[in-house]
Design a protein around this ligand. Structure first.
Ligand SMILES: [Zn+2]
Length: 476
């Protein structure tokens, strides 16, 4: 068989890897959107590097847009194969792909308004809500730890990675010439200890592994006192400074982590009596999915549910879907907490909240997730920052900018290596590192080698390898 690396190569977005078996079956692992580089990303998203009509199956590791976001685009281009994932991944995709379609439509409108003045070229949305809705009909769901037979030669089994509700490492068994070749695609790997998700689960010995490397050069701060830290920041901002605490957060995953911890603080009567606004329609919908799939959540949550049947909601929380209500938060003069997307501050309502409050010393902006180096979320964290450009205006920075890495949905390199230790390194023919910046991947490769792993490849975009029960052979 062959594998082609079509995205998330030496970068963190656009996960897309195409396996072509000897019998000509085409299996795509994830179909993520490239994000964060404006119109440059737009053309990368439109050039998939394959004909969607020829794809037989798409195996989806999890629902995040950098892994699933081009599914409606594939549908638009004629893809009618099956999309195989866990039930929770499907449920999250229902909301996430529709939300993404809404963003595509709005972006196209914005560009076309500019195009009317000759500033940029006119464009069409990558896809619209109809494509997103229709693509949902292609989903077939399975559960963790159950082998799903695609045909006589190909089967797949998902093992929870604790990265997001429903997220799984896909282990494919592909029979060629009477021999089974096992390929493990980890997708994104969660923390060893998460507030609401379980520890990443071991998966059976593979021949080849494709694995992420987002935090391949980092050690996260210990998460033991995460609750106390968050409580201190709420107290400092809302009680001592009487200001607004703005938390830019991915709507799906991180927001539910934070809500769960705030809910615990509320139950323990440690939370100051301030309003908590969850200002993101997607976050509101995703939270209902988390509440539906509590069997996927860890024992912390299950224990909480013995006395609190709604672990993501409490009296002081206001869920905001409506844009008019969102704008009203601006006029809310009392101290409050605003949790809103997007996590990297690239777009979404949170960008407005930051633009409206970053000049006030009473504000605290708390960064809780990965930010790609060029994003506003990353720029805002530069030491000694005095001014920042948001929506084309220079704004003074007087707010406190804090960060808490412990909320990360990705394990650090020690956690990822601990997870990969479920494999015997000597039986692995190759490890392919994807989903990481190149300098980070180089560091991670050295760490993996020190732990006994070998034959580690950092593929470049569009590189193609033959996997044939021996060390991978590069053919392009
Ligand atoms: Zn992810």
């Amino acid at each position: 068989m062959q594998i082609e690396f079509l995205g998330a190569t030496r970068e963190v977005t656009g996960s897309k890897f195409l396996i072509t078996t000897k019998l000509g079956k085409k299996i795509l692992l994830d179909c993520g959107m490239f994000q964060g580089k404006g119109m440059e990303t737009d053309s990368a998203n439109r050039n998939l590097g394959f004909d969607p009509k020829q794809i037989d199956h798409l195996i989806l590791s999890h629902a995040h847009i950098d892994h699933s976001g081009l599914i409606p685009y594939m549908y638009r281009q004629g893809f009618r194969g099956s999309i195989i994932c866990t039930a929770a991944t499907r449920s999250l995709c229902t909301y996430m792909l529709l939300d993404s379609a809404g963003i595509q439509e709005l972006d196209a409108k914005y560009y076309n308004r500019k195009a009317a003045f000759g500033h940029v070229r006119a464009t069409t949305p990558l896809y619209d809500t109809t494509h997103a809705q229709k693509s949902m009909e292609l989903f077939i769901t399975t559960e963790f730890n159950r082998r799903f037979y695609i045909d006589n030669e190909i089967s797949v089994k998902f093992f929870a990675t604790g990265h997001l509700l429903g997220a799984g490492c896909a282990v494919l068994d592909i029979v060629e010439n009477g021999k089974t070749i096992r390929v493990g695609y980890t997708g994104d790997i969660g923390r060893q200890k998460s507030s609401i998700l379980s520890t990443p689960k071991a998966f059976p010995q593979c021949d080849y592994i494709i694995t992420e490397s987002t935090y391949g050069n980092r050690i996260h701060e210990p998460e033991e006192n995460i609750k106390e830290q968050l409580c201190d920041i709420v107290y400092h901002t809302c009680v001592e400074k009487r200001g607004k605490l703005i938390i830019p957060s991915f709507a799906v995953g991180r927001t539910q982590d934070i809500l769960y911890i705030l809910n615990e603080l509320y139950n323990e009567q440690k939370l100051p009596p301030v309003k908590i606004f969850v200002d993101s329609p997607l976050a509101v919908n995703a939270t209902t999915v988390f509440s539906q799939y509590t069997e996927y959540l860890n024992d912390n949550v299950k224990n909480t549910m013995l006395y609190d049947d709604d672990p993501f909601n409490f009296n002081s929380v206001s869920y905001i879907k409506d844009a008019v209500q969102s704008k009203k938060i601006n006029k809310y003069r009392k101290p409050c907490v605003i949790i809103s997307a997007s996590g990297m501050l690239e777009a979404g309502r949170v960008k407005h909240h930051v633009a409206n409050n970053i000049m006030k010393p009473s504000t605290t902006i708390l960064m809780v997730g990965y930010c790609s180096p060029t994003s506003l979320g990353s720029r805002i964290q530069a030491a000694g920052l005095k001014k920042i450009s948001i929506f084309g205006s220079e704004i003074a920075v007087r707010a406190e900018i804090r960060s808490m890495e412990a909320f990360s949905g990705h394990g650090d390199y020690r956690e990822m290596i601990k997870y990969l230790k479920c494999q015997n390194p000597n039986l692995l023919k190759n490890i392919f590192l994807v989903h990481g910046e190149y300098n980070v991947q180089e560091f991670y490769r050295q760490q993996l080698q020190s732990s006994g792993f070998r034959n580690i490849i950092i593929p470049q975009k569009d590189e193609k390898y033959i996997l044939n029960d021996t060390e991978a052979l590069k053919i392009k």
